[in-house]
Ligand binder design. Structure first.
Ligand SMILES: *Cc1c(COP(=O)(O)O)cnc(C)c1O
Length: 394
């Protein structure tokens, strides 16, 4: 099958050995051994075998992983218990003591901690580059660089990394690349099409899409995914059987959801752009986004993620006003996470302000009046009306 919409419904079916149209949940830790010891040895050692022991594999995980590999255009995929389990397992399957890693200045917060604190504890040095400036990447690469770690669009400031440039540059030097594709989803962007080696996701977000599970996925070549699987056996982050089943169920509607979310987000961003109380809108689908051209080159749609900056005479007033708007929203839920069917909004300065100095906030692209919005699949008129009445409170 060649179209994503069809793959979403049918890919991976061969792993469903039952006659049930929807696969049963294999809520079991272990499986009966084959009688023949040689067969059992094969089962025990084959990567991701679905019928040995749960940390090794599970039939529904195999079905879901095959679908995700199809979506990302890679040979294989491995499910994990959370997005961070996917990121840490993938990174640790590539680097070893003495290696050098290059990463962006801005990443998902727990990934930043992995890069800035955990890797250096194990003798891996990490350098950071400005993802909006390709020459800054070349400046930090060293002979022992083994990994370039990317995220685009990135959290929280929706900056775009030039995937084709990084992919080609890394391939020519034999450096492995990993890209966190959570914000885009494979409907909007496929990093493997730009020679990125490994694609990771927090499947908690768009892939699952219903705020009812945490999961992660690592997509790549058979070899890369098998190496990650070996690390996962030791790190232990296998995805629970029921959550793999929920993820498969959520994925059925991924394309429908993402298309609706893209359309809602663009309409909302355009509405914000002419609102007198909004100082700035950051949405990579708007021509006013500094990297809109690059986004158009590598993305098929521009996601449901946008940031607005509420206007005010100074930072203090912006901070209070952003909180006032947020507190009065009735359709948008004030909750962390993103990429779900329901619209969500957060005030990054309240969430992270206490942990960040003013310089760190500036560097991370957070300012006091900023609201980060994850648009859902509600009717656009209700989303606009909600912000209209929220902004009327200030
Ligand atoms: C949420 C998120 C993660 C972490 O995923 P969990 O499922 O919460 O572990 C990683 N990267 C990005 C971009 C995210 O949004």
């Amino acid at each position: 099958m060649s179209y994503i919409e069809t793959d979403l419904i049918h890919a991976g079916k061969t792993f469903n050995a039952s006659r049930a149209v929807v696969p049963p949940i294999y809520q079991t830790a272990t499986y009966f051994a084959e009688a023949n010891p040689e067969d059992y040895l094969k089962t025990a050692t084959e990567p991701r075998h679905p019928y040995f022991y749960h940390r090794h594999g599970n039939p529904v995980s195999s079905q879901t992983a095959e679908l995700l590999a199809k979506l990302e255009g890679t040979e294989a995929a491995l499910l994990t218990a959370t997005g961070m389990a996917a990121i840490s397992t993938a990174v640790l399957s590539v680097v070893k003591a003495g290696d050098h890693v290059v990463a962006q200045q801005s990443h998902y917060s727990a990934a930043s901690i992995l890069l800035k604190e955990l890797l250096p504890q194990f003798g891996v040095e990490v350098s950071f580059f400005d993802q909006t400036d390709n020459t800054s990447l070349d400046a930090v690469i060293r002979p022992n660089t083994s990994l370039i770690y990317l995220e685009t669009p990135s959290n929280p400031n929706l900056a775009i990394t030039d995937l084709a440039y990084v992919g080609a540059s890394a391939r020519s030097r034999g450096i492995t690349t990993i890209c966190d594709n959570t914000f885009a989803s494979p409907i909007n962007q496929r990093p493997a099409d730009f020679d990125i080696d490994i694609v990771v996701h927090s499947a908690t977000k768009y892939l699952g899409g219903h705020s009812d599970l945490t999961a992660g996925v690592i997509c790549g070549s058979q070899e890369a995914v098998n190496l990650a699987w070996k690390k996962l056996l030791s790190l232990g982050g296998a995805l629970a059987p029921f959550d793999a089943w929920l993820l498969l169920r959520g994925l059925r509607t991924l394309s429908l959801r993402v298309k609706q979310i893209n359309a809602n987000a663009l309409a909302l961003a355009e509405w914000f752009q002419v609102h007198p109380l909004i100082k700035r809108v950051l949405y990579c689908g708007l021509p006013s986004h500094p990297q809109h051209q690059l986004a158009k080159q590598q993305m098929n749609g521009f996601t449901g993620m946008l940031c607005i900056e509420v206007d005010g005479k100074d930072e203090q007033e912006q901070f209070v006003r952003a909180q006032t708007v947020l507190n009065h929203l009735q359709v948008f839920a004030n909750a962390a996470s993103l990429g779900e069917v329901e619209s969500l909004a957060v005030h990054p300065a309240s969430m992270w302000g206490l942990h960040h100095s003013p310089e760190q906030k500036l560097k991370a692209g957070i300012n006091d009046g900023m609201l980060r919005i994850s648009v859902g699949i509600e009717h656009i008129e209700d989303l606009i009306t909600d912000f209209e009445q929220g902004l009327a409170q200030i």
